[in-house]
Design a protein around this ligand. Sequence first.
Ligand SMILES: NC(=O)c1ccc[n+]([C@@H]2O[C@H](COP(=O)([O-])OP(=O)(O)OC[C@H]3O[C@@H](n4cnc5c(N)ncnc54)[C@H](OP(=O)(O)O)[C@@H]3O)[C@@H](O)[C@H]2O)c1
Length: 350
Amino acid sequence: MARVGVVGASGYTGGELLRILATHPDTEITYATSREYAGKPITAIHPHLRGFYSTLKFSNVSLDEMLKKCDILFINTPQGVASELAPKLLEQGMRVIDLSPDFRLKNQQDYRVWYGFEHPRPELLDKAVYGMPELHREEIRNAELVACPGCNSTAALLALIPAVEAKIIELPRIVVDVKVGSSEAGIKPSLGTHHPERANVMRPYEADGHRHVAEVEQELKRLAKEEIHVALVPHAVGSVRGALATAHVWLAQDVDEQQVWRLYAQRYGREPFIRIVRGAPFRYPDPKYVIGSNFADIGFAVEKRIGRAALMAAIDNLMKGAAGQAVQCMNIMLKIDEKAGLNNPPLRPA
Ligand SMILES: NC(=O)c1ccc[n+]([C@@H]2O[C@H](COP(=O)([O-])OP(=O)(O)OC[C@H]3O[C@@H](n4cnc5c(N)ncnc54)[C@H](OP(=O)(O)O)[C@@H]3O)[C@@H](O)[C@H]2O)c1
């Protein structure tokens, strides 16, 4: 049994980790932090976990306790926390899976540009492995530090990877729109995310350069071996969970839908959490049919008349977009079944 700790366990991604790991066959949660709920039971903030974790209480963040109690640690905190905490743990031999943006980017300058943040430990950026198994499975296996992708980035990348690798689309410019549910904003309401303001919205935000663009460009550049420019416009929608990315691309080759299908089926054929969606009546991916699961549903439409395609990916932002993908990485790091704890179908209706 691997002893697992969760820092930021009172938030949404932390809660989702606790939910997944409650029935994981090879791990035991030994440490869960919350500064606000320290000393209180897990159900004080996660009532859906009643009956699990009867002896576990939230702790305050303590380096010594983490080192004593855990072999592997998930960090689910806002930007700027993991880059202070992780280095001290890594020095003591702990393996760290960070869900925040602190280690996703390779280039220190990009943190200044996209996050307005002076990275305190830039030497660790090269050591961190971008935690998307579909791109970095072999490096994740022996990684000490895994930086899990953002939810919008996960959906955008999964929609685009095969097309960019095979260069069937025109580069370097790609336009992506993302629709995403309210849980992406975390558990603490702000004016924009407070329920009365957020319910029923279809609201674009950060339309002139969302932070997730940096990691999407970084990973696509690596695949294409050329400069890539991504315009990504997220839209807040009324659902609680779910993200749908649609990449609007021009075809560089004369391919029809059957050929695109074959390309995607070949690229993702062995991926345990990718499903290619095709055929009526549910012709295109819809986050509604992945909720509660680690699946990413991928689909496409080819408009031959004008040489255009729409490449789409639907995920649950808290699962494949956060905690599910993080557990998938942990399973790879522990060299156990990659699907352990994650092998459940989505909810329906959700
Ligand atoms: N929500 C998503 O869909 C999603 C998807 C992918 C990635 N992410 C990323 O994952 C991270 C967590 O997101 P979330 O949605 O779970 O946020 P959240 O619901 O706001 O939870 C944040 C957690 O961090 C703790 N925390 C805050 N400041 C801290 C500090 N200075 N030191 C230690 N703990 C601190 C909070 O608990 P206390 O205040 O009680 O300590 C809380 O448990 C973020 O970086 C986010 O960008 C989120």
